[in-house]
Design a protein around this ligand. Structure first.
Ligand code: NDP
Length: 277
């Protein structure tokens, strides 16, 4: 019988995860069913426990339940512990619920393998100090940049986050207004693009041949990507990150790594079609 997986969130209507995981299953011949589940804001823990008690094998967790999933898990991977958020739950062979966070690994895989951009030896600017920024830090630092600066609208949060991860690499943090210097790669992990807003960034902070990555994705360029292009940077959005974090979850659940190139291409095609309707 097919094994059951689902993505849980509120709202969940627009989630692309069922499409992505169904494509992975078809490609790899894994016998799974993957659904989306809208769960009431106060109902996450009850839902997750019943799902696993009734034979469910794994869950993806999205906004606003990543912290609750972190608290629910019996054991955590290192990257979930450092992210303090869980986007993937798995019932292990001991019957315990394991929590992982594949978002940051998905981001780094997309940057280094799909886009062919370098992190090692580069100066990185990370915009934002929320969940997505925190989740990206461990994998980003493991990729060995020379320096990583976190800049956030609320400066103290960036300073705190930098202090917390300072054992793991050359890190600093501060406010957006205090930004100085120039960076090889700027990653927008703030939610400014959701509001179609450009964070206040100084001219000249993109290095020669610099790159810019917006975790937000969609058919149109975000204000951040527009700005970065005007500064001469190569730009990319977070759609590759979305597919790669899913591939990482699929691997954790099934032990098989799907090929992501055809899935990314199909999603991009669908997204462009939607924007032209
Ligand atoms: P959070 O709400 O946890 O954090 C939001 C961050 O953005 C905070 O640091 C906040 O600053 C900052 N911010 C909000 N508005 C502005 C603004 N107008 N100007 C500058 N900074 C601003 O959100 P997440 O970290 O969960 O998500 C961030 C982004 O990452 C979203 O766009 C989300 O869609 C994307 N994402 C993409 C994924 C993918 O797979 N591609 C996966 C996960 C997230 P302050 O501290 O001052 O409030």
């Amino acid at each position: 019988m097919s094994e059951r997986y689902a993505v849980v969130g509120n709202p969940i209507k627009h989630s692309l995860s069922p499409q992505i995981h169904s494509a992975f299953a078809a490609q790899t011949g894994e016998d799974i069913v993957y659904s989306k589940q809208l769960v009431p804001l106060d109902g996450f823990a009850d839902f997750a426990r019943s799902f696993f008690a009734e034979g469910g094998r794994g869950l993806n967790v999205t906004v606003p339940f990543k912290l609750e999933a972190f608290e629910l898990a019996d054991t955590l991977t290192d990257r979930a512990a450092s992210a303090r958020a869980v986007n993937t739950l798995l019932l292990d062979e001991k019957g315990e619920i394991l929590g992982d966070n594949t978002d940051g690994a998905g981001l780094v895989f997309d940057i280094c393998n799909n886009l062919g951009w370098q992190i090692r030896g580069k100066k990185i600017l990370l915009l934002g100090a929320g969940g997505a920024a925190r989740g990206a830090l461990l994998p980003l630092l493991a990729a060995q940049p020379t320096h990583l600066h976190i800049a956030n609208r609320t400066a103290e949060k960036a300073v705190q986050l930098a202090a917390e991860f300072s054992q793991l690499g050359e890190l600093s943090g501060g406010g957006l207004e205090a930004l100085r210097g120039c960076y090889d790669l700027i990653i927008n992990a703030s939610s400014a693009s959701l509001d179609k807003v450009l964070p206040p960034l100084p001219e000249g902070c993109v290095a020669d041949q610099g790159k810019a990555y917006d975790m937000m994705y969609g058919a149109d360029l975000t204000p951040f990507s527009h700005w970065a292009q005007a500064q001469g940077a190569d730009v990319a959005d977070g759609q590759g990150m979305l597919v790669e974090q899913a591939a990482e979850s699929f691997f954790l659940w099934r032990g098989v790594r799907p090929k992501t190139t055809p899935v990314r291409a199909k999603l991009r095609q669908d997204l462009n079609k939607t924007s032209h309707k």
